[in-house]
Design a protein around this ligand. Sequence first.
Ligand code: SF4
Ligand code: SF4
Ligand code: SF4
Length: 437
Amino acid sequence: MRRPLTLPEAAKKEMARCVRCGACMKVCPVFEVMRREGGVARGKIALADAVLRGDIPDGRLYRYFLSACLLCGRCASSCPNQVDTPLIVQAARVELAAKRRGGALKRFLLGRVPSSLRLTGLLKTARALRWLWARRIPRESGLRIRFFGPRGERRIIPTVATSFFLERELPRDFAGPGMRVALFVGCVSNYLRPQAAASALQSLQAAGACVAVPAAQACCGLPAFGAGDERSARKLLRRNLDALLPPGAERSWPEAITSPCASCAYMLKQHLPELLGDDPEGMARAAELSRRVVPFSRLLSTLSGWSAEGPGREVSGPARVVTYHDPCHLSRGFGEKDAPRFVLTRLPGMRLVEMEHPCHCCGHGGSFNLTHYDLSRAIARTKVERVLATGADLLVTECSGCWLQLNEAMQETRPGFEVITTAEAAARLVDLSKEKK
Ligand code: SF4
Ligand code: SF4
Ligand code: SF4
């Protein structure tokens, strides 16, 4: 097996294909609000080029603009040469983070927040109480970065689950007939929204899959990777590789791996083999794991039990309007837009009304939401307007990051507005089918 390119090698190859045409300006959501060359792909490529050549006397401006990227990939899909700007930005972030040991994000990742709280004495009691909330979340989880970084005090924090999903009694091994599916849970579904993971498990089982939830899985590593902390991301991915495809136990490996979060799935599919490609044994297993990852709605809609279930029951009276937000990692990463809509159109008593530009990023973008909070809120506000313009009272998405961002934005504007994941929508159909029997 040939060694995959390292991140800087792959980035340099991509950079060489940019012809500086500026077509990316028309589509970049960050450029739309920032209006500066450093906000758009072309500008970021020039900055990343300097970073990767080691040609930066003062890194501050570089950090500012290179962190101002959602990694949403819209530029790549409109670029005449399909230049992979997210990959280039990612490589430059890793380089910058390596140069700047002890940066704020890194401190959060390393779990040194309590000592920094004591040292500075700047944060208020309420913030300290939030830390009590956070103590239940492990140090390596991406959630630590999101809610306890700068501006964390302004966040609407979802209620932490009374029992974490992965601590529940769950099927750990494959027992019984049906396609063997491993469920990767992700931090949001584990700590904040266990109903998303429970719904994924329930609907996959109802569709005829034999599902196992490996206990040793960890955060997918995307928040760490997005912040440029390649080392932490690798560590988490190695743990996940061993949990999902244990070495020497090929016969018990799952046929498919899925997650209620499309971003977690994308991290496992795309970045896991890229980041673990340096050791020969790990490389082969990483390629195997990547091959088995399927986004949740795509997997569900192909399982025989699900497709045979037929349309839901007719409900008299006015239909409830639902709208759907396409997560970047699902629509552009996996190229999947139809499967989640297929799930939603099966829901009885629901009418799917598309919002304007459902594929535009919600503004979450991993560490972008932390380092450029105001830009992130501005992008989310546009999304909220588009959601409300549909007349919907239910918003569905298939990524935990999008769910966090959209739920927060919707609650600010319309308290009580329901935002759920595709897995939860699917489980509602399963519940209705049970009622019918
Ligand atoms: S990234 Fe693509 S669209 Fe943007 S300037 Fe380069 S070649 Fe043109
Ligand atoms: S990945 Fe998204 S935010 Fe980043 S430069 Fe491309 S379009 Fe802009
Ligand atoms: S990327 Fe996935 S696993 Fe990681 S923090 Fe976000 S939701 Fe959780």
